[in-house]
Design a protein around this ligand. Structure first.
Ligand code: DP6
Length: 348
């Protein structure tokens, strides 16, 4: 017999960034972060997990290609879910006792509905989906907060993708990471007018992974300490307030400032890390000039560990205007920008 479960998780975009760990093994961050989870129709991972007594080992396929499960992060997620597995009895009469889960092996198949090569964060959606789907298969009863802390051990940003809408990852204080969990600030129906546009500046794989980049920043950047201790706590409070009250002006200012400070920390790292390129800088100038000329933010921008721009507009009108400006400044034949993805609040 084979028993299966399938789940889908979207990726998320941080508006207050996570950058730096205080514990590498447990993936505990040096500051809180806040993100918006995208619409699952656009940027998400879909994972099917199967269990059968005939499987001799755990195996995983990503977009059809088998990948190694030997990494500590996969093993942590599998181990933590297996520990919490419960009795299962399905409608076809298959019964698994909770003590039997330790002896059974799983096969995992995961797909991204966006090109992995697009250089857009896929580990957040991937690990959130893996943990959620394994939990479903093994009848895990833990709440979403607990699941988020398991997803965190796969990739820090994955803990925020357990929820839709606006999500805060609370850094926590405990050494064992038990209070380093994600909480939902507002669900996916909140602030429905927001439109997110992702400008794919480069589809090349990034040169410095987030994991090694933030390790270098923790070790060498004095700005990182100041950011984590002095700047972010205050920004998180203001961002929560902006989200609650749909205050786009404050939301946009905080989002842009936090992206810029994250990239300043990267430059302050030794050797410096350059995630943005000339096209990214030109997009920032375009938005800054537009916002300045109107006297109030029309669009917010944020960049993760790569050159692609995530642009957030308060409504469809501004999103349409932005696209017009982008297409004018970066005509498709220029090849500077390889593609645009547009969608509602939630994205594409
Ligand atoms: C810039 O979650 O990919 O996207 O925890 O080492 O897997 P690991 O790193 P990861 O880092 C994400 C960094 C970021 C900011 C963010 O998403 O908050």
């Amino acid at each position: 017999w084979v028993l299966m479960a399938t789940g889908r998780s979207p990726t998320n975009i941080a508006v207050i960034k996570y950058w730096g760990k205080r514990d590498e093994a447990l993936i505990l961050p040096v500051n809180d972060s806040i993100s918006v989870t995208l619409d699952p129709d656009h940027l998400s991972a879909t994972t099917t997990v199967a269990v059968s007594p005939s499987f001799p080992s755990d195996r995983m396929w990503l977009n059809g290609q088998e990948i190694s499960l030997s990494g500590g992060r996969f093993q942590s997620c599998l181990r933590e879910i297996r520990k919490r597995a419960q009795d299962v009895e399905d409608e076809k009469g298959i019964r698994i006792k909770k003590e039997d889960w330790e002896k059974l092996h799983v096969h995992i198949a995961s797909y991204n509905n966006f090109p992995t090569a697009a250089g857009l964060a896929s580990s957040a959606a991937g690990f959130a989906c893996l943990v959620f789907t394994l939990g479903k298969l093994m009848n895990v009863k833990e709440d979403y907060g607990e699941l988020s802390s398991i997803a965190r051990q796969g990739s820090g940003s994955a803990c925020r993708s357990i929820y839709g809408g606006f999500v805060k990852w609370c850094m926590g204080k405990n050494d064992d990471g038990s209070d380093s969990i994600a909480v939902q600030l507002a669900d996916e129906t909140h602030w429905n007018d927001l439109v997110i546009i992702i400008a794919v500046v480069s589809s090349k794989q990034k040169e410095t992974s987030s994991t090694s980049g933030m390790r270098d920043s923790v070790e060498t950047s004095p700005l990182l300490q100041y950011r984590a201790q002095t700047v972010v706590p205050n920004r998180v409070l203001k961002m929560e307030e902006a989200i609650k009250s749909h205050n786009f002006e404050s939301f946009a200012k905080l989002t842009c400032a936090d992206s810029n400070q994250f990239h300043a920390v990267c430059l302050d790292t030794s050797p410096p890390i350059f995630y943005m390129n000339d096209t990214s800088h030109r997009i920032i100038s375009l938005v800054e000039k537009w916002n300045h000329s109107e006297g109030t933010p029309q669009v917010a921008y944020t960049f993760d560990a790569g050159p692609n721009a995530v642009l957030i507009a308060p409504n469809r009108k501004n999103a349409a205007l932005l696209l017009k400006k982008l297409l004018y400044c970066f005509p498709p034949q220029d090849n500077d920008l390889s593609s645009y993805m547009v969608g509602d609040k939630s994205i594409l």
